[in-house]
Design a protein around this ligand. Structure first.
Ligand SMILES: O=P(O)(O)OC[C@H]1O[C@H](O)[C@H](O)[C@@H](O)[C@@H]1O
Length: 485
């Protein structure tokens, strides 16, 4: 089969995977046997594919610009999606005099908008409104403190983004921001105007003190890590305009259509997923690197870490059986910087770590020297892929690179909202293909809940409200005693 697949003007080049035609054939047969396209159809038709929580995962509806209905539980969800778009657009047109927008949220309520806003800003710092966006996720007050030092309380809006509206970090940060606003003489009526809730739990947002007209809902059929396409992506619209946000949705929608309509052997998300399966089976890989040769995509690996490892860091299938190796460790960072940290290990380490290189055809700044910079950037990207694949034979084994190290290359024509949407949707659908092949529920995260549960008695103990250290093991109890001593 062709080693080059295109979709939505993106190109996927798998040539350095060195997969034979016979191996491709087996991989596509495996995808068929594991019901990848049945799973895809179940997702797009709104079935409750998140079995443990009894929910659909219909994030493609959030970017469905086709005018066609999309159904959950017999109901077309498009009217509610469009109603939120309309309200978001109205809000974007009213932002006169606002200098700062503080975006509070964590995990799926942070990475997507943080990545997209940073990427668009990096390629064009003059694009959009002169509003400063500040993303704050960590409950470590240091992140919030540096933000509050920059923001102007009288002309700030605060977006509190949380699907559940119960997440400890976000709620703590929101309370501290409210205290800061009050400290700066923001009146109760100004405060009401200033706070905006983005959530699938509007009751909790209202109970927290957000006025109903400032609550932008999304729904329990949207997984947190797939939620950037909902009102969670509001910062994109606020900073860069609603039309740009719509472009972002349009790129993802185009990728959805490709995923739904392209036959298996020309299907980019599936092909990308199968290269990973091949690497697991042939090279027993346990790690995978994502290296965008674009400073603007420096947050992509983190976004992808949540998408991949929260969806598939699991060892029991939906049927309760233990399974083949599932998600590898996903890591990465922007090239060419990454060449000067962990690439040595990719070339000569004892384990094979496949790489997804992502490169952009067009230069990404307007400096007069941008073209020369871009040539150096792309030359490095192509050279690394070549070195990994072919290696080198030197006089001493110590100096030799073994080669045979697989990589993909994904080309984007340029970096804008549309192609960014297409790229993120490509990786989302790749994840869905992998989940189907591994037999996992891609949409829950029971492991994350344990840590959250255990933090509660510890926090109480640190406050002095749990003197008998109930619910805390001996080692942790000793640590708390040390801290309190
Ligand atoms: O949006 P929230 O309800 O505040 O949740 C934020 C994050 O919390 C946890 O880390 C979950 O595992 C993530 O999937 C979620 O994105």
């Amino acid at each position: 089969m062709s080693k080059l697949i295109s979709a939505v003007d993106l190109a996927l080049d798998t040539a350095y995977q060195q997969i034979t035609d016979a191996e491709w054939q087996q991989l596509f047969e495996l995808a068929e046997a594991r019901g990848v396209f049945e799973k895809r159809n179940a997702i797009f038709s709104g079935s409750a594919v998140n079995q443990s929580e009894g929910r659909s995962a219909l994030h493609p509806a959030l970017r469905n610009l086709s005018g066609q209905p999309m159904m959950v539980d017999g109901e077309d969800v498009m009217p509610q999606v469009k109603a939120v778009w309309q309200r978001m657009e109205g809000f974007c047109n009213q932002l006169i005099g606002i200098t700062d927008v503080i975006c509070l949220g964590i995990g799926g309520s942070d990475w997507g908008p943080r990545l997209v806003c940073d990427a668009l800003y990096q390629v064009n710092p003059n694009m959009g409104k002169a509003i400063r966006l500040h993303f704050v996720a960590n409950v470590d007050s240091a992140e919030l403190a540096t933000t509050l030092a920059k923001a102007q309380p009288r002309s700030t809006r605060v977006l509190i983004t949380s699907k559940t509206f119960t997440t400890l970090e976000t709620m703590r940060n929101a309370q501290t921001v409210i205290n800061w606003l009050k400290l700066h003489q923001v009146t109760p009526s100004q405060l009401k105007k200033c706070l905006i809730g983005i959530t699938a739990n509007p009751e909790a947002a209202e109970a927290f003190g957000i006025t109903p007209e400032n609550i932008y809902p999304f729904w329990d059929w949207v997984g947190g890590r797939f939620s950037v396409w909902s009102a969670v992506g509001f910062p994109i619209a606020i900073k860069f305009g609603f039309a740009t946000y719509k472009q972002f949705l349009a790129g993802a929608h185009a990728m959805d259509q490709h995923f739904v309509n392209a036959p298996a052997k020309e299907n980019m998300p599936l092909t990308l997923a199968l290269t990973l399966i091949h690497n697991q089976r042939k090279h027993s890989i346990t790690a995978k690197a994502i290296v965008p040769y674009a400073h603007a995509l420096r947050f992509l690996p983190e976004w992808l870490q949540q998408l991949e490892m929260e969806s598939h860091g699991k060892s029991v299938t939906v049927n309760g059986e233990s399974c083949d190796p599932t998600s590898p460790v996903v890591f990465g960072s922007a090239g060419s910087n990454s060449q000067h940290s962990y690439f040595q290990m990719l070339h000569q380490g004892t384990q094979i770590i496949p790489v997804d290189f992502i490169a952009i055809k067009q230069a990404m700044s307007d400096l007069p020297e941008a073209k020369e910079h871009h040539q150096s950037l792309i030359a490095n990207c192509l050279a690394q892929a070549q070195a990994l694949a072919n290696g080198s034979e030197e006089e001493f084994a110590y100096d030799s690179c073994p080669g045979g190290r697989p990589s993909n290359l994904i080309w984007l024509p340029k970096l804008d909202a549309y192609y960014l949407g297409a790229l993120l949707a490509l990786y989302e659908h790749r994840a869905l293909c992998l989940g189907a092949i591994w037999g996992l529920n891609s949409f829950d995260q029971p492991g994350v809940e344990l840590g959250k549960k255990l933090a509660k008695p510890i926090q109480a103990a640190l406050k002095g409200d749990n003197p008998s250290l109930d619910g805390i093991d001996e080692i942790t109890a000793a640590r708390i005693k040390w801290l309190n001593s």
